[in-house]
Ligand binder design. Sequence first.
Ligand SMILES: Cc1cc2nc3c(=O)[nH]c(=O)nc-3n(C[C@H](O)[C@H](O)[C@H](O)COP(=O)(O)OP(=O)(O)OC[C@H]3O[C@@H](n4cnc5c(N)ncnc54)[C@H](O)[C@@H]3O)c2cc1C
Length: 426
Amino acid sequence: MKKTLFLIVMALFIGIPVFMWSRMLAGGLPWPVYLYDAGRLFALIGFVLIVFQYVLSSRIKWIEQGIGLDRLLGIHRRCGALIPALITAHPLLILVSERLQGLAAPLGFLKTIGLIALLLVWVTAGAAMLYGRVPLSYEAWKGVHRVGYAILPLAFVHSFLMGSTLHQSPMGVFWVTLALIYLAVLTNTVRRHFVLKKHPFRVSHVTQETHDIWRLHFEGDHPDFAPGQFMFVQLEQEGRISAPHPFTIASSPAQKGLSICVKTVGDFTSTIADTTPSDPAYVDMPYGVFSFLNHDADRFVFIAGGIGITPFLSMLRYMKDRRLRKEVVLLWANKREADIAFRFELDRMIAETPYLKVHYILSRQEDWPGEKGHVDQAMLKKHVGDLTKREYFVCGPPSMMEEVVRALSFLGVLKQHIHTERFALR
Ligand SMILES: Cc1cc2nc3c(=O)[nH]c(=O)nc-3n(C[C@H](O)[C@H](O)[C@H](O)COP(=O)(O)OP(=O)(O)OC[C@H]3O[C@@H](n4cnc5c(N)ncnc54)[C@H](O)[C@@H]3O)c2cc1C
């Protein structure tokens, strides 16, 4: 619902200037003039979308909650693909129009500013397109992507001082509103930075759970959260503060402490083992909509791949703490037995609650007496009764999630009953 509302707001923000633009068009002019107007229209839409890009990526909780950061970033990606085309078409159409009309307009200061903004659009979009294809670290990509914050002020100066119609009310009012939204987003980001620094958490202890999974416990007053939600963590080690990294909160909201489980995959996660008690941690939370509490149902299937178990740990711990009578089948896929973290705790939960069934599935251990291979249609049919009468939550590596969602669709489970969480913010 919130997503629909958000899309309606977006459509209005695009529709209003387009309507105003169309009202300014005069009839009976030579066609190159309309080419010029089309160029301005593209810039108009591109400008609005750029403002939305800031809003979409700035972790505004009241927008994110109900839609989910993952979906917001999906919209961000789609807009990001459109903006370079729109903004590039703007000078091209104007140039062609001017040439056809025999008008030779010099480059000048304001046009140069516009060109710099266009260049930055391409730098930002290019970095996003190349990430994952060229050896570029997440932090480097993010750094380049942040250059995008300079686009709007440049585009604003260029358009406001150059555009002949932008001073006129109500178009001018609309333009200034967009600039104010941009300033509000920036202020919110800076404010969040200071609030987090003012109320640090402390690492209370670190425990090794498997050969590559560590659990990090924090102490500090945390806000309410739903089981399955995630947070951004920055760790301070020897005076150096890391970039914010997203991790699902693995502990139960019904308990006082806060903990995350981290799998070692790269630069940051490989420093977790060196974290020492009392290290400061800056925690921004909660985010996400991947929680059984968001669905009015009593029968769930949780499907996890590897470290994708963390949201389910929080949900199961919460169900246990609150003594909720929810019927849950957990299918957890790993490569080997040594990868199964929290087995003791999960086995105890199974013994204590008749509503919970857990199946450990291993793909690379031939001597495993339990399920082997991948979560597929046959396995789902075997372990889940009444397939179409449950809510499904899937979290794991992208390829596994795709396979599982496909298998569930084949088995007749409707899209609205399948909920997924990607462990990637791109
Ligand atoms: C919603 C969500 C929940 C997550 N929950 C968990 C969890 O419970 N346990 C767990 O082990 N992992 C979790 N992750 C993944 C975790 O954030 C990454 O593994 C971690 O940030 C990798 O950092 P790195 O520097 O060690 O690895 P790198 O090798 O630098 O990065 C590996 C990948 O992680 C992502 N990544 C890296 N740095 C960042 C960053 N600063 N912000 C966002 N993404 C980044 C990028 O997609 C990158 O390709 C979650 C991710 C998301 C989006």
